[in-house]
Design a binder for this molecule. Structure first.
Ligand SMILES: [Zn+2]
Length: 400
């Protein structure tokens, strides 16, 4: 590139520009190239008769006026700007540079538009100030001979558009949380960090999965991934320490399930299996001991039944006899019963003694008086706060 002092370049704008062959010497933009300065590529003319004009070095066409934006559009080979795109052969990097220059101008325009929409947003109003600084900088650099370095302007513009994009991203993340009733910890979670990282690397053609894919293909994929991880974790540790299997029935939203968890020393018990009993029950079966045992055995075998030393089961009768079957099949195991079932049965019987029953009934009335009536509830809250050792924390009535 022909080196010219900056003052010269702008003031005597009609100095000879490099020929088109000059630009083909480069495979990428040279360091001192600046797409903001379109007149360093295009030759301008001023004649007494014809007035202002310029000639594109690549297609050779003459145009009237000295319109930098129009000239930039011409060299970017894009549609718009009130001028035809260049049909001459040009280095790709040169076309892309001018395209980028147009994109950046559009970004500033968009930022200003947003600010008009959200005048109150503090973050955006600071962007507005920055945007106008940049715009003035641009005007100066194209109009005056003493323009500040346009590289600097470009950098500031870049920073500004980045700041605007960051603010917009935060707003969008929070909108996602509010609109879908998600946890407010989601934007800062590791899963979201992963999403953002991958989004940066994804191609612009990326289309996110639709809801059928989310609850179908991807849910299955996620499930099998977690199963594989959990099994590996349990197997690795049970070889050294042994492990326990915990099982319990649960009915969630009318769906009858049996959950099987593995107890290992280094983490919370990973879920090994969730058995959906619906089909079994529909075909006339019940959640009896045989059914429970046949569901437990494959899990024990997957882990390596030799390394499972302890079975912790519920206190219900079907779980009890299922445990006995397992003990018979695997004689090295120990059997434990969850005692909360037995305990709740015992407490239930105690509460049937008339003196206790009366207490329970009175408590029930008091509970419903203070929780189901607005005025007593408000009065209760007021005094509860006062008497709660001055901590101001709410206390509630325990439900009988
Ligand atoms: Zn052209």
């Amino acid at each position: 590139m022909v080196e010219e002092p900056m003052e010269d370049a702008v003031e005597s704008a009609f100095t000879q520009v490099p020929s088109k062959d000059h630009w083909f010497q480069y495979s990428i933009a040279p360091d001192d190239f600046d797409a903001e300065k379109v007149w360093k590529v295009i030759q301008r003319f001023r004649t007494l008769l014809g007035g202002d004009s310029w000639q594109c070095p690549f297609c050779g066409v003459f145009f009237k006026g000295h319109h930098a934006t129009k000239a930039t559009f011409h060299l970017s080979k894009s549609v718009g700007g009130g001028i035809k795109g260049c049909i001459g052969r040009m280095p790709t990097w040169l076309v892309e540079s001018f395209k980028e220059a147009i994109r950046q101008k559009d970004q500033i325009k968009n930022m200003r538009k947003q600010i008009t929409l959200k005048q109150n947003d503090h973050a955006l109003s600071s962007i507005r100030v920055q945007a106008s600084v940049i715009e003035e900088g641009q005007k100066r650099s194209s109009n005056s001979a003493l323009a500040s370095s346009s590289k600097k302007v470009q950098r500031t513009m870049h920073d500004t558009s980045r700041a605007a994009a960051s603010t917009q991203l935060s707003v969008a993340l929070c909108e996602l949380v509010f609109a879908h009733g998600l946890s407010d910890a989601i934007p800062g979670s590791n899963a979201m960090k992963r999403v953002l990282k991958l989004a940066r690397e994804a191609p612009s053609t990326y289309v996110p999965p639709d809801k059928d894919a989310v609850r179908g293909k991807y849910l299955d994929q996620n499930c099998s991934l977690r199963e594989t991880r959990a099994l590996k974790l349990v197997r690795d540790h049970s070889e050294i320490y042994g492990c326990s299997l915990l099982s319990d029935g649960a009915t969630i939203h009318g769906c009858s399930l049996v959950n099987i968890l593995a107890g290992i020393p280094i983490s919370l018990p990973p879920v090994m299996e969730i058995v959906d009993c619906t089909d079994h029950l529909a075909s006339g079966g019940s959640k009896d001991s045989l059914f429970l045992t046949t569901e437990m055995i494959p899990v024990a075998e997957r882990i390596g039944s030799r390394n499972v030393y302890l079975y912790i089961l519920d206190g219900t009768s079907n779980e009890r006899s299922s445990g006995e079957m397992l003990e018979e099949k695997y004689p090295w195991t120990t059997l434990l019963h969850g005692s909360e079932h037995v305990l709740s049965l015992a407490v239930g019987k105690v509460c049937k003694i008339p003196e206790f029953a009366e207490l329970v009934e009175e408590h029930g009335e008091m509970y419903s008086w203070f929780t189901h009536h607005q005025k007593p509830s408000a009065i209760f809250q007021k005094y509860a706060k006062q008497f709660n050792r001055g901590t101001g924390r709410k206390i509630t009535i325990m439900r009988a």
